[in-house]
Design a protein around this ligand. Structure first.
Ligand code: ADP
Ligand code: ASP
Ligand code: MG
Length: 402
């Protein structure tokens, strides 16, 4: 089998853990597998690097952000390749560029364009275990780019697709995908299988066990993905095509504390205003989440939307630009909110599920500020100080705990 194995930050946070993993990889290799390894930066290295940059200049350019943020993975690949050599394996470390990972030019959240298979496949044929830096690639102008926080998962899936691997294994610090983040709910249940669609909804709504774009890629190119514990034996969770349609069912919940709500108030209630607003956001490559337009009197509206914390500075800049073009009352920035979502099958079709979601949130005295729905998800924005209690109440209501 050709397998891509990705090891996340906590799994490689110390040299002891790197050596342990190198031993495990060597054993897998001896069983006859061809393995490409993708690694993240050690532990919280990326946070540390970004902090350093902010100390020097909080408005540093995205190019310099990528230059420094990408170095964490470079440390890990050299250590992992050297650890594998210690176990008698031929191994070589490769940066994103050296591995042939092309992206667009959007620094700090670049999109993957293609992975050149040539060098990786010939290394595999020569008996090597290539170790590729996650999270980074190279732009058409030869600049180092990064794929957004958590992006090493996306590197792994892209490499798996690029080289035609049989399997992409994501090794992390939990033994699979659970009905809820174990940091919010004490005893969530482990799911043996999740569909690509379900996993995308979970990931987009805060379950950082997989980077959302990694699952989108896997779904598009039919890459088989398994999430497993890096240091414990387990079957993990398989991410694959959905089975047949089922009865309405809530399968999991996700929490996202990394959001910011932005409101532009008192904009004219005339055609073209929403388009002008979101055109500005598009110019800054800001990804949006919820959008709510509330009815006002006297021909004016408020438009509210949520964005990720990382993109909130750009979103504010975009709104300041908008202010020069259209008449608006004010720009309000609120970083005290968080999002809770339930994910499953045919959710919105069941008014009982909708009622139970809202009632569970109300039962802890949390006020719902914004709501958005799809057939497989309901998300509510509540005050961050209430999010843990709300998550517990929702998990209990839908039987998501052991
Ligand atoms: P890595 O460093 O391996 O990439 P991450 O921290 O990015 O690991 O992702 C693993 C974390 O995802 C877990 O420690 C867990 O807290 C969190 N997580 C959030 N939602 C879920 C979920 N539904 N199932 C499992 N883990 C989850
Ligand atoms: N090291 C990067 C981060 O911390 C990428 C990753 O871990 O997937 O976001
Ligand atoms: Mg991760």
């Amino acid at each position: 089998m050709i397998v891509v194995q990705k090891y996340g930050g906590t799994s490689v946070e110390s040299t002891e853990k790197i050596l342990k993993i190198a031993q495990k990889i060597s054993e897998d290799y001896d069983r006859g597998n061809k393995i490409v390894v993708v690694v993240s930066a050690m532990g919280k290295t990326t946070n540390y690097l970004i902090d350093l940059l902010n100390q020097v200049n909080p408005n540093a350019s995205p190019r310099e952000y990528d230059m420094i943020a990408s170095t964490g993975e470079q440390v890990s690949i050299a250590l992992m390749a050297s650890a594998l050599s210690k176990f008698g394996k031929k191994s070589i470390s490769l940066t994103g560029f050296q591995a042939g990972i092309d992206t667009d030019s959007t620094h700090s959240r670049a999109t993957l364009k293609r992975v050149y298979r040539g060098r990786l496949l010939s290394l595999l044929d020569d008996g090597f275990i290539p170790v590729v830096a996650g999270f980074q690639g190279i732009s058409p102008d030869g600049e180092i780019t990064t794929l957004g926080r958590g992006g090493s998962d996306t590197t792994a899936v892209a490499v798996a697709y690029g080289i035609g691997a049989d399997l992409c294994e994501i090794y992390t610090d939990v033994d699979g995908v659970y009905t809820a983040d174990p940091r919010y709910i004490e005893r969530p249940k482990k799911l043996d299988k999740v569909s690509y669609d379900e996993m995308i909804e979970m990931a987009v709504n805060g379950a950082k066990v997989l980077h959302p774009r990694s699952v989108e890629l896997a779904r598009r190119y039919h890459v088989k993905v398994v999430v497993k514990h890096a240091h414990k034996e387990s079957d993990g969770t398989i991410v694959e095509e959905a089975g047949k349609l089922e009865e309405p069912l809530v399968r999991s919940l996700s929490v996202d504390e990394g959001i910011v709500k932005i409101v532009i108030s008192n904009v004219p209630d005339i055609p073209g205003i929403a388009a002008a607003t979101f055109k500005k956001l598009a110019q800054y490559h800001v990804s949006l989440d919820m959008i709510v337009q509330s009815m006002h009197k006297d021909g004016k509206n408020d438009i509210a939307f949520t964005v990720s914390k990382e993109e909130s500075k750009d979103a504010l800049k975009a709104m300041e630009m908008l202010k020069n073009e259209i008449e608006l009352g004010g720009i309000h920035f609120d970083d005290t909110m968080a999002k809770i979502s339930i994910i499953g099958v045919n959710i919105v079709g069941s008014s009982e599920i909708v009622y139970n979601m809202f009632d569970a949130i109300a039962s802890v005295g949390a006020n719902i500020d914004m709501i958005s729905t799809s057939n497989s998800r309901i998300s509510c924005i509540v005050k961050r100080e209430k999010i843990k209690e709300a998550a517990k109440a929702v998990a209990k209501r839908f039987g998501l705990e052991e």
